[in-house]
Write a protein of this length. Structure first.
Length: 336
């Protein structure tokens, strides 16, 4: 009996020690991950923000005419219902060729800031989420870590883009803003509804920018790594610089398709939210209005123009991003 009690006591002590050690290990791992994440945040590299801002402002600026056509097709589908070319010709005939540059100012400023945050925050948070999701001290450089980083980056970029995107769409779609420059239009918006109103379409902006950022950033990273591994067999016949260009262009093209498809419904929602027609602009009412026109297919209005627009933007943007990064002394995407 005494031996049995002693064994029971020893067993209980051992179990308690093991449980304590297990909790200590978990606590230690969590603490190490948090410490590593804080360390990663301290090592923010401003070059990613500079490269992101320059490439986004440039790529969105040079594709403004396509953006104008796409926006007008989404805002007035009954008027511009015969394709991209017909819509462009109709705009030029009605409002003059200069109308195709409507909203250029807020486009360059807005997307310059948005690009800096989107690319910069994404690059900063990739190692942070890799550390936070680490298992047994091993970083998880997985697609899931990249998705988490891209969602946060997209949300931050959306918040900062809202005022300028609101201004751009009003200049393009609202006759009362026709001919206004960025400062005039933005001032008019504030006078009409106050500063906070320029953030009123945040839900719509998130519905576009978060899927857009996630699809673009993650697919570009993923396919760049894949293409580098595929092009390794060509190292004897191609120079390293040529391989970098091939990878950047190929990965950017694939990323443009993913980003366009994933964010198209959100883009239609955003245009409907910001166009000036005096209707209720709650997120649910906007979605209901769009769906009521012609079902789910309405969420893909202007897809042809947007594939051209987004394809040009992302392809040029990501190639520029890689080029500027390398000029600033950073490695090409997927090469490390």
């Amino acid at each position: 009996m005494w031996f049995r009690r002693r064994n029971t006591l020893l067993s209980a002590i051992c179990t308690g020690v093991l449980c304590t050690n297990r909790h200590a290990v978990h606590a230690s791992s969590a603490g190490a991950a948090a410490s590593a994440a804080v360390s990663a945040l301290k090592n923010i590299d401003a070059r990613y923000f500079v490269a992101g801002g320059v490439c986004a402002a440039t790529s969105h600026g040079i594709t403004t005419p396509l953006d104008v056509v796409k926006t007008k097709m989404q805002a007035s589908p009954d008027v511009y219902d015969k394709g991209v070319y017909s819509a462009a010709m109709s705009i030029c005939k009605t409002d003059g060729p200069q109308a195709l540059l409507g909203g250029l100012g807020p486009t360059v400023v807005g997307y310059g800031v948005e690009g800096a945050m989107k690319f910069g925050v994404y690059e900063v948070l990739k190692p942070v989420f890799s550390k936070l999701l680490a298992k047994d001290g091993v970083d998880q450089t997985t697609t899931f870590a990249y998705i988490c980083a891209s969602v946060v980056a997209g949300a931050v970029a959306s918040l900062l883009l809202c005022p300028m995107e609101f201004t751009r769409i009003r200049i393009v779609t609202d006759p009362n803003y026709k001919g206004d420059n960025m400062i005039q239009a933005f001032h008019k918006l504030i006078q009409e509804n106050g500063v906070l109103s320029t953030f009123g379409g945040m839900s719509a902006m998130l519905s576009k920018q978060v899927p857009y950022t996630m699809a673009k950033q993650v697919s570009f990273d993923t396919f760049a790594r894949l293409f580098y591994s595929l092009f390794e067999t060509l190292q004897k016949s191609l120079s390293p610089e040529t391989i970098k260009w091939l990878v950047s262009i190929s990965a950017a093209f694939v990323a443009s398709l993913f980003a366009c498809i994933f964010s198209q419904p959100g883009d239609v929602i955003l245009t409907e939210t910001y166009k000036g027609d005096g209707e209720d602009k709650s997120f649910s009412s906007v979605v209901g209005t769009i769906y009521g026109r012609n079902g789910l297919s309405t969420f893909f209005t202007g897809t042809g123009a947007r594939i051209l627009h987004v394809g040009m933007i992302i392809s040029s943007q990501l190639v520029l991003y890689d080029l500027i990064k390398q000029l600033l002394g950073l490695p090409a995407t997927g090469s490390h």
